[in-house]
Design a protein around this ligand. Structure first.
Ligand SMILES: [Zn+2]
Ligand SMILES: [Zn+2]
Length: 332
């Protein structure tokens, strides 16, 4: 069969010869002028009402592919975009590499792009001091505030990596602790829970009505995280026995008995902590003689103390002791 156009060569594609086919058929169409909406603060791009975070290359690729009209079927397509800016106008040189049957065709388009600027949802909230939750950090010891605050921030950053709508709107330093104003209450709760797990803290949740939006009540939530009175490294008394707190996890205390050196764990919901000697109240002493479970110590005022301890300490070593009602307890 011969080409219906020229009647000379063999018809190979759509009743046309290769020459006439390539002359007559166009595969792609792009508008000469395209528009895109971008956030001036963070660079996010809006496509059909949805904000996407793309780099410049991805942004133009997405723009081109969304504006592409396919005029003739093909087997495969690839696009190569070159961008240049001239007197404030963005020009795109778009090359489509098309494969159709055994043909390889390049179609080139030159377009202009206008960028319209509009603040995205996240930036609107961010710059509008938007918040849904207040995370209150309470019960911190002296010198501990910065550490707990840093831990809270590290968890916020962790969740913010997956949810860009999470950020700290405001921070308030108070006598009783730190208040963090957060943009997302669900994420704020996760952060609060993480702090509880880490420090064995308790969590109190109190919602407040903040207003109405689209016919629904809008609540803000205060998450009060209160650290317990004990920490790992403290000495505590439970059921009349003194222990070193080795680890705190949720309501669980991992303990080492100062009496017999045995380990156990207790749930603070079921056991009363009778006494707490904070880590910074422990004293230092030097071992001057040791034999089996017998130790002779010298305290910081050069008093000689004789004690029994399940923990072995060589002569000359510096150790920590707790003094409770005249009784001396040796730490491992
Ligand atoms: Zn022909
Ligand atoms: Zn933005």
């Amino acid at each position: 069969m011969l080409c219906v156009e020229c009647g000379k060569r063999e018809a190979k594609y759509d009743n046309l010869c290769e020459e006439c086919f390539l002359k007559k058929v166009k595969f792609t169409h792009l508008p000469r002028h395209m528009e895109i909406t971008q956030c001036p603060h963070c660079g996010a791009v809006k496509f059909r009402g949805e904000w996407k975070r793309l780099d410049r290359k991805e942004m133009f690729h997405e723009l081109v592919m969304r504006n592409l009209t396919v005029l003739h079927e093909y087997d495969a397509i690839d696009v190569d975009i070159k961008e240049r800016e001239e007197r404030g106008v963005i020009h795109l040189d778009v090359k489509f590499h098309i494969r159709f049957k055994d043909l390889k065709i390049i179609e080139e388009h030159f377009c202009e792009v206008t960028i319209n600027y509009e603040s995205c949802t996240r930036c609107n909230r961010y710059f509008g001091n938007y918040f849904e939750a207040i995370l209150q950090l309470r019960g911190m010891r002296e010198g501990e505030r910065e550490k707990v605050r840093e831990f809270a921030y590290s968890r916020i950053e962790y969740y913010a990596e997956k949810n860009e709508n999470l950020f700290v709107t405001k921070e308030e330093e108070k006598k009783e602790g730190v208040d963090l104003y957060l943009s997302d209450k669900r994420e704020a709760k996760k952060v609060a829970r993480d702090i509880c797990d880490r420090y064995g803290a308790s969590l109190k949740e109190s919602p407040q009505l903040a207003g109405r939006k689209d016919g629904h009540d809008v609540y803000r939530v205060t998450y009060a995280v209160r650290l317990p009175d004990y920490r790992s490294g403290d000495v505590v008394q439970i059921d009349n026995i003194f222990y070193l707190v080795e680890k705190v996890s949720k309501s669980m205390l991992f303990l080492l008995s100062l009496k017999d050196g045995r380990r156990k764990h207790v749930d603070t919901k079921r056991h009363k902590i009778e006494r707490i000697i904070p880590q910074n109240e422990l004293e230092e002493a030097m071992v001057i003689y040791s034999h089996s479970d017998y130790l002779q110590l010298m305290d910081k005022d050069y008093n000689i103390l004789e004690v029994k301890s399940p923990f072995k300490h060589p002569n000359g070593s510096k150790i920590k002791i707790a003094r409770i009602n005249g009784e001396v307890l040796v730490l491992p």
